[in-house]
Ligand binder design. Structure first.
Ligand code: CP
Length: 312
């Protein structure tokens, strides 16, 4: 077993062999969701809490389905109906939920580092479902699962990640993962949304999308995260769309068998045209489908009863 972590806090501290273990495990769980009875007894008796302080459609439902398909019990914390809405702190919320003896807590929070902080005092397995601008490890793992399914290998693939890189935890986790697996990664976006420091992680930077998509194998579009922007990073949505939206004309520059990815939610007509989002080269809904198997794999590897030797 090449996975010895108590928590899944990010991709940065995983090895390429641990990433491969998650992807291989996900592959073995994929068919459970295609059965008439979509359930295996693997995590019977385990209790999981979905603790989301930010909205989510895909990640939260996908973790819930993953837990249920593994026969674990899962509860969804409702922020607005909780005592957090009355001012209870993040730490007290977790300590009180933990007093009920869950096995794992899946956390999404607007603060970068929130899940790392939780892991310093929590007895449960902590899973990062997205922390601020920092990481969204299960998104990168399901993206990798989808890329491997379509391209077989990561070595030498040209992956172009486009958009609001500055605010994107998805971009950060994908950068770590894709570089560890041997892909070439080119980041594209308006200069204020494209921090040059990221080149320290072995990625290239380009401000011209037409040039960057030339010969690409994978084009990953990102949502403009207006909710995280305290100031205007570009003059107008119209200008952003003209320079950085994926259109059919731009996509023609990529390889013939290139695929289009997006973590969702998509802004149709902003970062991606509706025809591109829905075309045969788009794997956006495949990413969502694969997310369940990948999250089953993560829950199994962290909670599956194997001896845990690691500390993070
Ligand atoms: N990709 C993603 O994290 O989507 P949600 O915000 O809907 O979970």
């Amino acid at each position: 077993m090449a996975f010895k972590h108590k928590h899944l806090l990010g991709i940065q501290n995983l090895t390429s062999s641990e990433i491969t273990t998650v992807l291989d495990t996900a592959e073995s769980f994929f068919e459970v969701s295609t059965r008439e009875v979509k359930k295996v007894p693997t995590l019977r008796g385990k209790t999981i809490i979905n603790l989301f302080f930010e909205p989510s459609t895909r990640t939260r439902s996908s973790f819930e389905l993953a837990a249920k398909r593994l026969s674990a019990d899962i509860i969804n914390f409702n922020l607005n109906a909780s005592s957090a809405a009355k001012g209870e702190s993040f730490k007290d919320t977790i300590l009180n939920l933990e007093a009920m003896n869950p096995d794992a807590i899946i956390i999404r929070h607007s603060c970068s580092g929130a899940t790392h902080y939780a892991a310093t005092f929590s007895q449960s397995n902590i899973i990062n479902a997205g922390d601020g601008f920092h990481e969204h490890p299960t998104q990168a793992l399901l993206d990798a699962f989808t890329i491997r399914e379509k391209k077989k290998s990561f070595k030498g693939l040209k992956v172009v990640i486009v958009g609001d890189i500055l605010h994107s935890r998805v971009a950060r986790s994908n950068i770590f993962l894709l570089r560890k697996m041997g892909a070439r990664v080119i980041l594209v976006g308006p200069p204020p949304l494209l921090p040059e420091e990221l080149t320290q992680f072995g990625v290239e930077i380009d401000f011209n999308l037409d040039r960057a998509v030339e010969g690409a194998d994978v084009i990953m579009m990102l949502r403009i995260q207006l909710e995280r922007q305290a100031k205007n990073f570009f003059p107008s949505i119209r200008e952003y769309r003209n320079l950085y939206s994926l259109t059919a004309q731009r996509f023609q520059r990529a390889k013939k068998n290139a695929i289009i990815m997006h973590p969702g939610p998509i802004n149709r007509g902003v970062e991606i045209s509706a025809d591109m989002a829905d075309c045969a080269k788009s794997v956006i809904l495949k990413q969502v489908e694969n997310g369940v198997a990948v999250r089953m794999a993560v829950l199994y590897l962290l909670l599956g009863g194997k001896e845990r030797e690691g500390t993070d």
